[in-house]
Design a binder for this molecule. Structure first.
Ligand SMILES: Nc1ncnc2c1ncn2[C@@H]1O[C@H](COP(=O)(O)OP(=O)(O)OP(=O)(O)O)[C@@H](O)[C@H]1O
Length: 268
């Protein structure tokens, strides 16, 4: 029988940051298999290495040792199949929302598609995130939540095989955050995307995830535990608030973070 191959496979990864004077062992012995279509969140205290692990998957950093594979191919650089969404929506301020998304679309599909096809892809993606009304607005003319939606539209429009998100809603107010979480749930259900997301927010992790990867504190942080969230989809936040499965999952994460891996001092 053929061995099952994970969509993203992180094997025995170590990450040491070396500067001229010192070195810092950020991650040790990381093993993680992500299945196609799975929604994974990485949670842990500040400085434990969540962004580092995400950036390794993005190919923005190189592991000191170990292997990272996406569809059995080694990840050694960023690629269009792995789109990244950061906390600070990285839009180009001098371009309209439409042009910001179009730029990404063109970089992936420009060689084989006509301009009208590229335009249609761009409009479709902005429509998906509820931003069709602001195509011609510049980033400076829209709110933080709207900018983040455009950033997500740009990532989705590139049809990545996996969406890597680093606290995409971290800078937003609670209501906007809830709204975008719901939008993301719907989009991911429609596109069947694979997502790996960094978050600090326990409720966000439980609401969105198929599995929550809980990391121990650094230095030399590692995966302490992986919690499977067996709540049926579609998920609805109001109904979930009283669901015993939701409450149990939430408790398990809080227990991991604040009892078993509590931080006594703030990260440097
Ligand atoms: N380029 C770098 N050089 C040296 N040390 C680094 C570098 N990048 C990250 N680190 C260190 O590695 C550790 C993990 O950082 P990382 O940003 O991945 O943590 P995090 O869990 O994402 O934190 P936060 O939740 O605060 O964003 C931290 O101690 C950080 O100071």
């Amino acid at each position: 029988m053929q061995k099952h191959k994970a969509f993203i496979d992180v094997q025995a990864v170590e990450m040491e940051f070396k500067t001229r004077k010192a070195s810092f062992h950020a991650l040790r012995d990381i093993h993680l298999q992500v299945e196609r279509g799975e929604f994974i969140t990485l949670i842990g205290h500040s400085g434990c290495g969540k962004s580092t692990l995400l950036n390794l998957m993005a190919g923005l950093l190189q592991a000191s040792s170990g292997v990272l594979l996406c569809e059995e191919r080694e990840i050694h650089a960023p690629g269009p199949e792995r789109a990244v969404v950061f906390q600070n929506h990285s839009l180009l301020p001098w371009l309209s929302c439409f042009d910001n998304v179009y730029l990404g679309v063109e970089s992936v599909f420009g060689a084989q598609e006509s301009r009208s096809q590229l335009r249609a892809r761009t409009e479709q993606a902005l429509h998906l995130v509820g931003m069709a009304h602001a195509l011609n607005k510049k980033p400076g003319e829209i709110s933080g939540g709207m900018k983040q939606r455009v950033g997500i539209a740009r990532a989705l429009a590139m049809e990545p095989k996996v969406l890597l998100m680093d606290e995409p809603f971290g800078a937003l107010d609670a209501l906007t955050r809830a709204h975008l979480q719901d939008a993301l749930l719907q989009i991911v259900a429609r596109t069947q995307s694979t997502v790996v997301m960094v978050t600090h927010d326990v409720d966000e992790a439980v609401l969105l995830s198929d599995r929550i990867v809980m990391m121990s504190n650094g230095p030399a942080a590692t995966i302490g535990e992986i919690l499977k969230v067996n709540l049926p989809r579609p998920r609805e936040r109001v109904a979930l608030a009283e669901d015993p499965g939701y409450i149990a999952a939430r408790k398990a994460v809080i227990d991991f973070l604040y009892t078993r891996h509590a931080r006594t001092e703030l990260a440097a």
